[in-house]
Write a protein of this length. Structure first.
Lengths: 371, 616
C-alpha cells in the first residue's frame, strides 16, 4: 500500500503528475491508430460470428468422451448432412457445432449422435438457434445501445455540460470500436455472451469517465474568477488527483472478471461465462484508458475554445509573464498546484483558499495554518 | 465554540446508529421473509437447473404488423400455457418477453420434444357440428350419460333476438326434438339422452350407426370413401344426414376406443385430422367431466371470428356470456351452419368450438344466427367466460410463432455451470477482498463488511423475487452479480479516497469523513445512475439472456447505493471514533503519515479543529 499510497499523496499534492492534457496529441494519435487498426480488422477480417448468429445447433456431450474429435465430426456430418465443428473441452466433453440446420431437424440429429457416441440422448445438451435469433439479439442490442447513448448524452449534458457529454460519447465509441476490433483481429467468436459483455462496458466505461468529470466540474466551478490556472491545467490536475482512484477501481473491477475468465476459460472450456468476461476484460481496459487519456483532454480541448476560457488563458499567461519578469516563477507554480487542486473541490477555488495560499506564501510557510 | 462543536457531534452521533439499525432490520426482515415463505434459495433458471427453454417469436401475417400487441401476445401465452400444461407439465412456465417473444421454460424430467411440438405449432380453432357425444372415461363406460344435453348447457344465440324467451338448457332441444328425429330417422335413437348413452361398440345391433361399426369390423379398415361425400356441410339436407353417412367406421372405432380421461390418448385424439374431415375430440362439460365427441367437418374457421369478448349481460340476466363477432365470410358460414343445426335434435343441434382438437365449448343453437354476431350463454363464471373469449380470439389472431432458439441443458451441465459460477464468484470476491486488505488495511474491514451486507441483500432479494415476479437466476445473472462486486467496491474506493484526500489536507479523521462524504456521495450517485441507466435500457430493450444480466446489474447497482448510504458511511462514522482509526494507526489504512498529510502531524487534533469550523 505504502508505495501506491505515497504515490497517491504525491499525486494529490501535485508533487508529481503526468501532463495528460499537454501530451494529448500523442494519445489522440495512439487512439486514432488503434481505432484505424480496429476498423481495418473489422472490415478485412470481419467478426467471427458464433452459431447463434447463423442458425444451427450446438450439442455438448457429457464429460470424458472416448470418441475423438475427428470421429465426432464424422458422426455429426453423417447425422446432419452439414459441416460440423467439434471441440474437445477441458473436462473431456465434446462441443459439436453444426451450422445451418433447422431447429426442427435437431431432434433426429441429436438421437443419431447419441447412438453414434454411445451416450444417452437425455445427457446431451442442445442449443438450437433459428437463423434470425442472433440477428434479433444483435438488433435489440444495437437499439439498446442507441437509446442508451442518447439518454446518457442528454443526462451528461444536463448533469455536467454538453462538452463533457460529447467527450464521454467519443470515449464510449472509442472503447466499443477497440473492443470489437480486438475481436476481429484475434478472431474470438462473437456470441450473445459477447454482446452482453460489450453492453456492460457501456456502463463501466462511463463510470470511470463520470468520476473524473465530477472532480473536474468541482474544480472548475469558479475558474473565471481567478487568473492563476488555465482550464487545461486544472483538467490535468483532476486526472492526476483521481488517478489512484481510477487505478484502484479498474483493478477491483478487473479482478472478478479475471476470476470469471479463469473459471470460464480454464474450467468450463467455452460458454457464456467465458464470452462475457472476455469482452468485459478487453472493454474495461479500454474504458480505463479512454477516460484518462481521451475523454478529459477532449473536454479541455473543447473548453479552451470558449471565449471565456480563451481570455482566462490570456490572463493567466500574462500574469505568469509578469511573475517571470519579477523572477519568482518556479516556486509559486510548484506550490500553488496542490492548493488549487483540492481547494477547487469546495465552493471556492479562488475565494478564501487562494487567499490563504497567498498568505501562506507571504508570511512564511505552514506555521500560519497551525496557529 | 466548544458548545457548537458538541452539538454538531451529537447530531452526527445519533445518525449512524439509526442507519445501521435500519440496515440490520432490513436484512432481518428480508431473511425472515425468506424463511417464512420458504424461499431460501433463488429460483434457478433452466441453464443452471437443467431443462428446456424455448424462445418463440411472433410472426404476423403480411400487412398486419399491428397484430403483435400486448393483448394478442397475452392471449397466445394463455393458450400455450394451456397446451403445455395439458401434457401434465404443470411446472412449465410461459411468459412474454419483450414485445414479440414468448419464452417457454420446461423443467427437467419433462418430455421436452412433445412440449416443443405443442408450443411450436399454430393453434387451430374450428367450429364443428357435433354428431355424437357422451361422457368418457372408465366409469362412464357402462353407464350412459343421464343427461347428454348437459354438455350443451351453453347456448348460442343471436344477442338481438334473444328476447324471444327461449328457455335455457334442455327444453329448447326437446322442442325441436321431434322434428329432428323425423329427419334423422332411426339413426338417432329415441330420446336425446339415449343417443349419447349408446356407445356403438356396446350395442352394435341397436342402431344403424352401430351396424356401420359392425360392418367395419368385418370389412377391411380403409373405409374413408364413405366418409367424404356426405360429410360436406354444403347440401341443404342438413347435418343430420351427414352425420350418419359421414362418420366412417374407422372413426367410430376410434370414438369407441377413446378414453378422454387418459392424457396421452386425449392428446392423440383426432390427431392429423383435416378440417374438412370429421374427427373425434375430447372436452370437459360444465361439471368438469370428460366428454368425447364425434364432430363433423369444420364449418367455420377460427380466423372467421373477428372478435370475441366476455361480457356480463345485465339485460337478460344471463350472467357472464361470450359474444363473438364474425367477419363477412364468417357471418355467412355461421348463419348457414346454425340454420342447419337448429333443425336437429340434441346433441346434433350443438356445434363444438374446437381448439387444437379439444372441444372448449359446445353450445347448442335453436335458430339460425344470421346477424354476424352471436352470444354464448350458460352458467359461466367470469374466468370461464374470459378464457373462452380468449380462445376464440386466439383463433382470430393473425399470428404464428417461430422457434427462435431451443436450449436443452442436462441437469449435470446445469449443476456444473452453477458450480463454476459460484467458484468464479468466490475467486473474484477473494481477489477483491485481498486487494482491499493490502491497500486499505484496517479500512478494508469496513469495505468487506459492506460487501458482505450487499451480497446478503442481493441474495435475499433474489430469493424473494423468484416467487413474486418469477425471477430466475441464470448464468448471465450470476455473471452480472460477479461483475457487480467490482461496481460495489468502486463506491467504497471513491469514498475512501475522498476521506484520505481530506486527511492529506491535514484534517483529522472525523471531520475528514464528514467533509469527504458529501462529495463522494455525489460522485457515487452520478456514476451509479449511469450504470443503472445502462442496465435499465438493456432490460427494457433486449430479450433473453441479456435481460437476465441487465436485471442483476440494475438490482446490484441500486443495492450499492443503499448500502453505501445506510451502511458504509454510518459505519465509517462510527469507526472514526475508535482510537485505532482516529489516531491513524499504521494498520488502519488512514495513517496520515503514510498518506502524506500535508502539514506534518504534530499535535494530533489541535491544528485541524479550527480549519473544520472555518470550513463548515
Amino acid at each position: 500500500m505504502s508505495k501506491l499510497g505515497t504515490l497517491g499523496a504525491r499525486l494529490h499534492h501535485g508533487e508529481i503528475g503526468y501532463d495528460f492534457v499537454r501530451n494529448r496529441v500523442i494519445w489522440y494519435g495512439l487512439s486514432v491508430l488503434i481505432t484505424i487498426t480496429a476498423i481495418l480488422g473489422l472490415s478485412v477480417r470481419g467478426l467471427h460470428m458464433g452459431i447463434e448468429f447463423q442458425g444451427g445447433a450446438v450439442f455438448t456431450t457429457p464429460k470424458n468422451m472416448s470418441a475423438s474429435v475427428s470421429q465426432a465430426e464424422g458422426y455429426a456430418e453423417d447425422a446432419s448432412g452439414h459441416d460440423a465443428i467439434v471441440q474437445k473441452l477441458g473436462d473431456g466433453s465434446l462441443r459439436i457445432q453444426i451450422a445451418g440446420i433447422d431447429t426442427g431437424a435437431s431432434d433426429t440429429i441429436k438421437r443419431d449422435l447419441a447412438t453414434d457416441l454411445k451416450v444417452d440422448a437425455e445427457h446431451i445438451n442442445a442449443d438450437l438457434v433459428g437463423p434470425s435469433w442472433g440477428e434479433q439479439i444483435a438488433n435489440k442490442a444495437w437499439k439498446g445501445l442507441a437509446i442508451f447513448m442518447v439518454l446518457v448524452v442528454i443526462y451528461l449534458a444536463i448533469a455536467f455540460e454538453w462538452r463533457m457529454a460529447v467527450a464521454a460519447f467519443v470515449a464510449l465509441v472509442h472503447d466499443l470500436t477497440i473492443t470489437t476490433g480486438v475481436y476481429a483481429l484475434v478472431g474470438f467468436e462473437v456470441t450473445p455472451g459477447t454482446v452482453i459483455g460489450l453492453l456492460t462496458i457501456l456502463g463501466y466505461s462511463l463510470y470511470d469517465t463520470v468520476v473524473v468529470f465530477d472532480s473536474l466540474k468541482e474544480q472548475t466551478k469558479d475558474i473565471t474568477r481567478q487568473s492563476r490556472w488555465t482550464y487545461s491545467e486544472i483538467a490535468n490536475r483532476s486526472i492526476n488527483g483521481t488517478l489512484v482512484r481510477s487505478i484502484n477501481t479498474t483493478v477491483v473491477a478487473l479482478l472478478p472478471v479475471a476470476g470469471l475468465l479463469f473459471i470460464g476459460g480454464g474450467v468450463l472450456g467455452a460458454g457464456m461465462l467465458n464470452d462475457i468476461s472476455l469482452s468485459l476484460f478487453v472493454g474495461l481496459a479500454a474504458g480505463a484508458y479512454s477516460s484518462i487519456f481521451i475523454a478529459t483532454p477532449l473536454v479541455a480541448d473543447l473548453k479552451e475554445r470558449e471565449p471565456q476560457m480563451k481570455s482566462l488563458r490570456k490572463r493567466v499567461l500574462a500574469k505568469r509573464a509578469q511573475a517571470a519578469a519579477r523572477g519568482e516563477n518556479g516556486e509559486s507554480a510548484g506550490d500553488g498546484v496542490f492548493d488549487g487542486v483540492h481547494e477547487g473541490a469546495a465552493a471556492a477555488v479562488v475565494g478564501p483558499r487562494n487567499q490563504s495560499a497567498t498568505r501562506t506564501r507571504g508570511r512564511g510557510g505552514p506555521s500560519e495554518r497551525h496557529r | 465554540m466548544a458548545a457548537l462543536k458538541k452539538g454538531k457531534q451529537a447530531s452526527v452521533q445519533s445518525k449512524p446508529g439509526r442507519s445501521l439499525a435500519l440496515m440490520v432490520i432490513v436484512i432481518a426482515a428480508l431473511t425472515g421473509g425468506m424463511i417464512a415463505s420458504g424461499n431460501t434459495t433463488p429460483r434457478l433458471g433452466i441453464d443452471l437447473a437443467g431443462g428446456t427453454s424455448i424462445t418463440l417469436r411472433a410472426v404476423s401475417e403480411p400487412g398486419q404488423e399491428s397484430a403483435i400487441n400486448k393483448t394478442n401476445m397475452d392471449t397466445a401465452v394463455e393458450i400455450m400455457e394451456r397446451r403445455v400444461n395439458g401434457l401434465g407439465v404443470s411446472e412449465a412456465e410461459v411468459q412474454t418477453q419483450g414485445t414479440r417473444n414468448i419464452i417457454v421454460n420446461i423443467p427437467k424430467g419433462m418430455n421436452s420434444e412433445e412440449a416443443r411440438a405443442q408450443v411450436g405449432t399454430t393453434a387451430k380453432l374450428y367450429f364443428r357440428p357435433v354428431l355424437t357425444t357422451e361422457l368418457s372415461g372408465p366409469d362412464a363406460a357402462g353407464t350412459p350419460a343421464p343427461d347428454a344435453s348437459d354438455g350443451a348447457s351453453h347456448k348460442a344465440t343471436d344477442p338481438s333476438g334473444d328476447a324471444t324467451g327461449d328457455g335455457t338448457g334442455a327444453p329448447t332441444a326437446d322442442a325441436t326434438g321431434d322434428k329432428a328425429q323425423d329427419t334423422t330417422g332411426d339413426k338417432a335413437q329415441g330420446a336425446t339422452g339415449d343417443t349419447a348413452g349408446d356407445t356403438p361398440a356396446a350395442s352394435p345391433s341397436a342402431t344403424t350407426q352401430g351396424r356401420a361399426v359392425t360392418d367395419a369390423l368385418k370389412a377391411d379398415p380403409s373405409p374413408s370413401a364413405t366418409a367424404s361425400g356426405g360429410a360436406s356441410p354444403a347440401p341443404s339436407d342438413g347435418a343430420s344426414d351427414g352425420a350418419g353417412d359421414g362418420v366412417s367406421e374407422k372413426l367410430q372405432a376410434q370414438y369407441a376406443a377413446l378414453d378422454c380421461t387418459d392424457g396421452s390418448a386425449r392428446a392423440k385424439a383426432g390427431e392429423g385430422a383435416l378440417p374438412t374431415d370429421p374427427t373425434v375430440a375430447c372436452g370437459t362439460n360444465a361439471r368438469g367431466q370428460w366428454q368425447k365427441y364425434i364432430l363433423g367437418p369444420a364449418a367455420v374457421d377460427g380466423t372467421d371470428v373477428d372478435k370475441a369478448q366476455a361480457v356480463f349481460n345485465t339485460q337478460t340476466a344471463a350472467g357472464w356470456t361470450v359474444t363473438m363477432d364474425f367477419t363477412g365470410g364468417g357471418a355467412k358460414k355461421f348463419a348457414d351452419i346454425t340454420g342447419k343445426l337448429a333443425q336437429n335434435q340434441s346433441p346434433q343441434n350443438q356445434f363444438a368450438i374446437v381448439l387444437d382438437n379439444e372441444v372448449v365449448s359446445d353450445p347448442y343453437v335453436s335458430q339460425a344466427l344470421t346477424g354476424g354476431n352471436a352470444e354464448i350463454s350458460g352458467q359461466f363464471g367470469q374466468e370461464e367466460a374470459q378464457s373462452l373469449a380468449n380462445m376464440l380470439s386466439y383463433g382470430a389472431l393473425p399470428l404464428s410463432f417461430k422457434e427462435d432458439s431451443v436450449t436443452t441443458v442436462t441437469a449435470a451441465l446445469g449443476g456444473e455451470q452453477l458450480h463454476a459460477g459460484l467458484i468464479a464468484g468466490a475467486i473474484g470476491l477473494a481477489l477483491v477482498v485481498l486487494y482491499l486488505l493490502v491497500y486499505y488495511r484496517g479500512l478494508s474491514f469496513i469495505a468487506i463488511t459492506s460487501l458482505m451486507v450487499s451480497a446478503s441483500l442481493t441474495y435475499a432479494i433474489m430469493s424473494l423475487l423468484g416467487p413474486t415476479i418469477g425471477f430466475a437466476l441464470n448464468l448471465p445473472a450470476v455473471c452480472g452479480a460477479i461483475v457487480a462486486i467490482g461496481i460495489t467496491a468502486d463506491s467504497f474506493i471513491v469514498f475512501f479516497e475522498r476521506v484520505r484526500d481530506e486527511i492529506r489536507e491535514g484534517r483529522s479523521l472525523r471531520p475528514a469523513v464528514e467533509r469527504g462524504w458529501p462529495r463522494a456521495r455525489r460522485t457515487i450517485l452520478v456514476s451509479d445512475f449511469v450504470s443503472f441507466l445502462a442496465a435499465a435500457v438493456l432490460f427494457v430493450v433486449t430479450v433473453g439472456k441479456v435481460q437476465g444480466f441487465a436485471f442483476t446489474l440494475g438490482l446490484t447497482t441500486l443495492l450499492d447505493v443503499v448500502v453505501v448510504f445506510l451502511f458504509t458511511k454510518p459505519l465509517l462514522t462510527l469507526m472514526a471514533r475508535r482510537r485505532f482509526f482516529a489516531r491513524g494507526h499504521r494498520w488502519s489504512g488512514l495513517d496520515p503519515k503514510a498518506l502524506g498529510a500535508k502539514p506534518p502531524l504534530r499535535a494530533s487534533r489541535r491544528p485541524s479543529a479550527p480549519v473544520t469550523t472555518k470550513e463548515a
